[in-house]
Design a protein around this ligand. Structure first.
Ligand code: TRP
Length: 482
């Protein structure tokens, strides 16, 4: 990969120079560097932990189809909007809103994004901590074909000290990466990680789909039953698309603010969105055929956040060359998942940090540590909500189902405020800042922006109407977010 000259002046072909301020603030080293870092943000627990669980709970193949439609028709246009706003203003979400509308109240959209990021980070780190705990477990050969993986997860999740410990270790790792700065910290990791994750995932998919008991899960995942498409499925699919693509709270505004003016935003967004959806769909192919191993029937609502941790160890224990095959693959998988989660969590931490550094003048190190400490504290109830503390584990019931605090946080911040944020971002970019100015920014690095008319229609009309419909529906019938 070719490294870009920092000051941009040596590149004769660049049509627009990156301003001195931008280069001082930091830019990605290359277009590929940005794509990998943004894919690093997008690809994470959302793909491997959340997507298969959502698919299992929401009609399998029907969910996958609606999900793909949401990614293409809503996710990609919103991603392009976030990237163009970020690159144009070279700011964090709050600063970006203030830059295009200094007098209005639109900066509140940025604030909502920053708060949402903090909240998501709090429980994201808890689940990421589980992947660290599972590295230890697989190395120690905890899982044999006879092990009841669900019971093992139950004991692990119910142990308060393990939950708090792994949550702390993971948050500490995030701090180390973010203090390293954008290019050195975030970009370097993503380059090695993403390709390796893909290979290990591919091999595990092969094992999973060739399991003797794979067929029920496989057909549930691949044969769409259109009668299963309901409002609940659409709500889940759209929320999943935003979460997985890191949209709706300004992460892509922030990452966009470090892109060079010479890069093509449309192809970058397409790469990031495509890689993200591809990995999610592969992860489903790994998890759903294996549900039967854990005695779980696809389609019966499983709800819980622990699904993949109860299912996957059974796949590993079925790897050839027992027990070494399972140990090697299980360990590789959880290490990679932890690292994928790290590059995602880092983007959440980076948004809040960039806000405090740019808007409040904090030193980077102080901002990073304080944000991480707050997110850690906010995550404690989530960490204790899978059995360790009874009342946190059953905070609320929706339709006769008990939900733990972590699930509740994911519903409120991973689904609701993210969807609301995405709606507001469509309105800000499409109408307040204006589609023409946004398109002009996109034409830097892409002078023939062929999809401009289509994008303009999607962003100004289809996306807001579709997202608003979902939100209105949610207000009328909150039980659809489950
Ligand atoms: N997209 C990440 C994942 O799939 C999580 C994530 C990172 C995120 N940054 C975000 C989610 C911003 C919403 C908003 O794991």
């Amino acid at each position: 990969m070719e490294e870009r000259q920092e000051n941009g002046s040596t590149e004769a072909t660049g049509q627009v120079q990156d301003s001195a301020a931008a280069t001082q603030r930091g830019l990605w080293g290359s277009k590929a560097g940005f794509i990998l870092a943004a894919a690093g943000s997008a690809i994470g627990l959302g793909n491997i932990w959340r997507f298969p669980t959502e698919a299992a709970n929401n009609g399998g193949a029907a969910f996958v189809l609606v999900y793909i439609a949401c990614v293409v028709l809503i996710g990609l246009p919103v991603m392009l909007a976030e990237l163009s706003l970020g690159r144009h203003t070279r700011k964090n979400p709050v600063g970006a809103m203030l830059a295009i509308s200094p007098k209005g109240l639109w900066w509140l959209v940025g604030t909502l994004g920053v708060l949402t990021g903090l909240a998501i980070l709090s429980y994201y780190s808890v689940v990421a901590g589980w992947t660290l705990g599972y590295v230890v477990k697989t190395v120690g050969n905890t899982f044999t074909p006879e092990t009841d993986a669900g019971a093992v997860f139950g004991v692990f999740a119910g142990s308060w000290w393990q939950q708090l410990l792994y949550h702390a270790i993971f948050m500490g790792l995030c701090v180390l990466v973010v203090i390293g700065g954008v290019k050195a910290g975030i970009e370097r990791w993503s380059k090695i990680l993403m390709p390796t994750l893909l290979i290990v995932l591919g091999l595990l998919v092969i094992r999973s789909v060739t399991l003797p008991s794979a067929s029920a899960g496989l057909s549930f995942y691949l044969n769409p039953d259109f009668s299963k498409i309901s409002m609940k499925v659409v709500v889940a699919a759209m929320g999943q698309a935003f979460f997985s693509m890191s949209l709706g709270m300004g992460a892509m505004i922030t990452y966009g603010s470090y892109i060079s003016k010479r890069d093509n935003l449309v192809t970058s967004a397409a790469w990031v969105g495509g890689a993200d959806a591809g990995i999610a769909i592969l992860a489903g192919l790994m998890v759903l055929p294996a549900l039967s191993l854990a005695g779980i029937q696809p389609g019966v609502d499983q709800g819980g956040a622990g699904l993949i941790f109860a299912v996957l160890p059974s796949v590993f224990s079925q790897m050839p060359w027992e027990p070494y095959g399972g140990i090697i693959f299980g360990t590789a998988f959880f290490v990679l998942l932890a690292l994928a989660a790290l590059t995602s969590a880092v983007s959440l931490l980076e948004v809040v940090t960039a806000y405090l550094v740019d808007e409040r003048g904090w030193a980077r190190k102080k901002a990073t540590s304080v944000v991480a400490a707050v997110a850690y504290g906010l995550g404690i109830p989530s960490a204790l909500s899978l059995g360790a503390v009874g009342w946190l584990s059953a905070v609320t019931t929706l339709q006769g189902k008990t939900l733990g605090f972590l699930d509740l946080m994911d519903k409120i911040f991973g689904k609701l405020t993210l969807t609301f944020g995405a709606l507001l971002i469509c309105l800000v970019v499409g109408w307040v800042w204006g589609i023409n100015k946004a398109a002009k920014e996109i034409e830097n690095g892409n002078p023939r922006f062929l999809l401009r008319p289509l994008w303009s229609i999607l962003l100004r009309f289809l996306c807001p109407v579709a997202i608003a419909t979902i939100l209105v529906y949610l207000i009328i019938d909150p039980s659809v977010i489950r």
